[in-house]
Design a protein around this ligand. Sequence first.
Ligand SMILES: Nc1ncnc2c1ncn2[C@@H]1O[C@H](COP(=O)(O)OP(=O)(O)OP(=O)(O)O)[C@@H](O)[C@H]1O
Length: 794
Amino acid sequence: MSTPREPATPPTSSKSAKHVKVVIRTRPTSEFAANEIKFDADQKSVHIHIPKGIDGGFINNQQENWDFRFDSILHNASQEKVYDDCGHQIVKSVMEGYNGTIMAYGQTGAGKTFTMTGATENYKHRGLIPRAISHVFREIAERPQMACTIRVSYLEIYNEQIVDLLASLPDGGDGYNTSSSGGGDAFLAVVEDKAGVSHVKGLTMQIANNEEEALNLLFEGETNRSIAEHQLNKISTRSHCIFTIYLESRSRVESSERVISSKLNLVDLAGSERISKTHTQGLSLKEAMYINKSLTFLEQVIIALSDKKREHIPYRQSKLTNVLRDSLGGNCNTLMIANIWGERDHIEETISTLRFATRMMCVSNTPEINVQFDPFALIKKYEREIKELKQELAMHDSLANRSHVQYESFGEGQRMELLKSVKAFLKDEENDLEIVSLRQVREYFQQFKAAYKSLEQEREDLQSSIKKMIVNNGALTGDKLSSMHDDLDISRQIHDADDGVGETEASGFSVGLAPSNGKGLPNRNSLKKKKMGGSSMIPNARNLGQGGLAHGEEEDEGGYDREYSSRQDEHLPVLPNQAGAKHKFPYAGAMVSRADEFENYKRNKGAEVYRILCENKATLKEKKKIAQVLGLQINASKLQIDSFKAQIEARRGRAKPMAQEASASSNDIIIDEEEYALIDKLKTIKSTYRDAVEQLKSVRAEVVYCSKLVESVRGKLMSEFESWFEGCFGVGGLGNGAGMGGGGDDSYGGFAEDVMDIGEKFDRLQLEKMSLEDPDSLPYYNARKNTERRMLRK
Ligand SMILES: Nc1ncnc2c1ncn2[C@@H]1O[C@H](COP(=O)(O)OP(=O)(O)OP(=O)(O)O)[C@@H](O)[C@H]1O
């Protein structure tokens, strides 16, 4: 079932403003006030003369004459004449696609209903509506080339409520109802669409296939009209009624997607008499008030429309003006028939009607043809055109020897090929991408986008994996950081990384998860912890029963405690009077604080060396951090590699029976798209993994180098301090006068001997441990020790 549509898009015709046409129709009467009411010969002007002092005159006593001019005056005209003058042209324009409205206005009993509906018992006296219906179907019959659909709606506005006069009809399935719930709602609401066009929501729009069906609908509605007895007229309509004919037409022969949809509103307004005149009471008084109110609002809209400066038109004040929005100052050819009852008794109502009618003439409308395009028909048309254009294009290509140009959408296989090319291009494996068509360029862009997104995703995944691992292992600061740093065995990672890439069975790095007995170089801190635990096999000053220093300082503190005591830990015996971080030496009867002197030395004589030491340590720390992050990245990548491999294996396991069956006749390995994507991802992550491993190697070399530098500068600082201390305080070695073993001139040498003995023991144990656990680190360790010894002996 097709549906009637309101014009949503501007029509193609040019717009031109037209004022509302106003025609005066008189109700025939033998008591016509011929002395007071006169019409000009051109049948367009009305002159009213009421001499002063006439009894009953309500009008301004000062005014005796009124002149009005209209489009036409139909005095005692037949129904046929009225239709020819008022209805015919508008119906014609509706057939062309313009909206039309004819409304009857006037006092009760002036002949509005007679004009619009007519006398039903006499065919000759039928009114505008049945004549319009008949005309519309005649017009349709004269247009066999057009497929036309006629729908009809009939509503009544009674006491400011909209009633569907066709709601009682059974829904035959071929009509149209503007609400989903059908036409059963008692009162309907006016709604506006996006284009500002008003609709009565839920109004029944019944299809009429011929004149008879349309007339049946008119009569059905007539019987439903609210009728109240009235003193002026036994059967007086107390409501506004709007009978609407909707036309939808399209050509049967050409451009059938073009649909013309127009409508004709035929409006019978309620009587415009004043309440006082009708002597109404009770319910009828209420009715009269509503009628009066809505006609007042109608008048306000008319006044607003006739004032060109007014921007706001108060359509929403009443249902009537809201429903007739299009007809008043909108997209419509509008004509008003002002019915007057030209008897002396009704002269004041006549003047009131003529005044209103005059104002109505000032209202301008902009009627336009309502054309829409049927989307389904449009699609069909475009499909046809595309087909023809493709044929043409193919012909041009073959003439230009361009046979491999693809204009159709790319298939998945082709897209994969393009993706390969794009990746090769991004990796510089291909210098250029071959361009053959615009569609292909678009596909390339899509693939670039996909590749970019995929890389972004992988990067995010990697980052979140690293973050997770960091969270699992604790924050990268303080003890947690150093603990992770201890566990992060860079050398082993590189070793594993070299071996593991590309091998399914390779295991990932186990940052923070390595078993306690796993191989790993016990670095400074781990050794330190073991020493502090007191059960280490590695001897140092403290577990040799010398009391020892509080040794929990961070490497970067760089004070005496660190610089000096670390040497003491490893090489020097602790003096009996050592307590905490201070080392006291007797000098000229006073205790000289070696620690204090060392602090002074760092700030003065040894300041430059100390500055270099601090710089080197900072660099070392930074490199270690980078190495640590790289280690985490490598671990994360390895986890991903393992995961992808597992997925691929799982897929292969599932696909094996099918693949065997499918490739029974050939030796081809069948890889589906999903597996291809996994392999592709695996390749990418392996590449990331290798890159990180390479970076780690290089950073590790830098760490080694920086460590050497730190140790070297530290050794230099210490030995220079020792020399300076000796020179200043005349102490011949640390053991002199301190109650240590040895003594005399070579007391320093003896002390050094002792130191070396302990150091050698320590070194030997460390070497043994390291050769077992991580032989790769031996060169580094040996070199460091040799340098330290050299520095110490200088
Ligand atoms: N042009 C006319 N020729 C013959 N009879 C007419 C004509 N105009 C009106 N009448 C008669 O006058 C009476 C009142 O007319 P009508 O009901 O059309 O008035 P109305 O303006 O519609 O009143 P209301 O506002 O109460 O509905 C009717 O009996 C109608 O037949």
